[in-house]
Design a protein around this ligand. Structure first.
Ligand SMILES: Nc1ncnc2c1ncn2[C@@H]1O[C@H](COP(=O)(O)OP(=O)(O)OP(=O)(O)O)[C@@H](O)[C@H]1O
Ligand SMILES: [Mg+2]
Length: 296
């Protein structure tokens, strides 16, 4: 029997008004996390991903040329969908193609069911969280590559079209994109794509305009409040949560790396799914009966 889970709650932080902010990744769609350099984006992701690392029904993947944020996920067991080598940009495109193929496969199957989205997950059918660390930096690298590439070898059109289809159609397939960007510039994270990222988190930005791109109805007083805050304090808004100023937990890099690498999910997978323990019990004590019927 497969254990299905319909929740994936994470603590975002504490609101300045005192309450804890908790989001469920299954009910929320894609995320856009912005903020100028040293504003707290990576630390926020350490806290978020540390929590996701403990869930056997969540698979963390993505493109991370900083080679830091996703490194412990790549190391704890071999994860082909983590791309860290910025010198090999075709790998990033290849990863997105595979992710889109998974999305298409899931959506085709969904079309034959009574449901309009997946909302239950298990180790063999995980919620996929795809993190794009410093997304505008990735785009800039691809542009640089394309400048000297032959016409039919240019990567940017493929890369951007894959990201657009994923933005538009992957949430119902149980895929969540988390885009990280210092600035939410229109030429990088265009209007339509931004509309499809309803979880908006902004750490400190230089000017009002950057906040307006995230929250079109924000007023000057709100901008001044959040601009005056130290690193790690940001704003969050989702379709289920009115805009709030919050402080995320402080997680040190080394503690994050150690924690994620030590979350041994293969152990939990065995218990949940592979029935190894139950099979052993059934072999040793046949009178207990078939493994699927066993209370173990
Ligand atoms: N939640 C927090 N609580 C306390 N301090 C924090 C918090 N978040 C960030 N800081 C401080 O701010 C520094 C910069 O944070 P971080 O590395 O997350 O920035 P960043 O937005 O990822 O920057 P960059 O765009 O350059 O990668 C941290 O090293 C830490 O000292
Ligand atoms: Mg960072």
């Amino acid at each position: 029997m497969t254990v299905l889970r319909d929740d994936c709650e994470v603590l975002v932080g504490r609101a300045l008004t005192g309450e804890e902010i908790v989001l469920d990744l299954i009910s929320e769609a894609h995320w856009l996390v912005t903020g100028q350099t040293r504003s707290g984006k990576s630390v926020f992701l350490y806290s978020l991903l540390s929590q996701l690392a403990r869930f056997p029904h969540v698979r963390v993947v993505g493109v991370d040329f900083s080679q830091l944020l996703l490194r412990p996920f790549a190391r704890r067991f071999s994860e082909p969908w983590i791309v860290q080598d910025g010198a090999n940009l075709a790998d990033a495109v290849g990863f997105l193609e595979e992710l889109k193929a998974e999305m298409d496969h899931r959506n085709r199957y969904l079309a034959g069911t009574m449901s309009d989205k997946y909302d239950q997950f298990a180790p063999r059918f995980p919620l996929i969280v795809a993190v794009m660390e410093e997304y505008p930096g990735t785009i800039a690298r691809i542009k640089q590559f394309d400048a000297s590439a032959k016409r039919d070898e240019k990567l940017l059109p493929r890369f951007q079209s894959l990201v657009s289809s994923l933005m538009a159609e992957s949430a119902k397939a149980g895929i969540r994109l988390i885009l990280i960007a210092q600035r939410p510039d229109a030429d990088i994270v265009g209007g339509a794509a931004r509309e499809n990222m309803p979880v908006r988190i902004a750490f400190k930005q230089a000017g009002q305009e950057a906040y307006r791109m995230m929250y079109p109805d924000i007023d000057v007083a709100e901008v001044e409040t959040v601009k005056a805050q130290p690193p790690g304090v940001g704003m969050i808004e989702t379709p289920r949560l009115a805009r709030k100023v919050f402080k995320g937990p402080f997680v040190k890099t080394d503690a994050y790396l150690r924690h994620v690498q030590s979350c041994d999910l293969s152990y939990m997978r065995d218990l949940d799914i592979d029935k190894k323990f139950r099979l052993t019990v059934a072999n040793e004590w046949p009178e207990i009966g078939d493994p699927d019927g066993s209370p173990f």
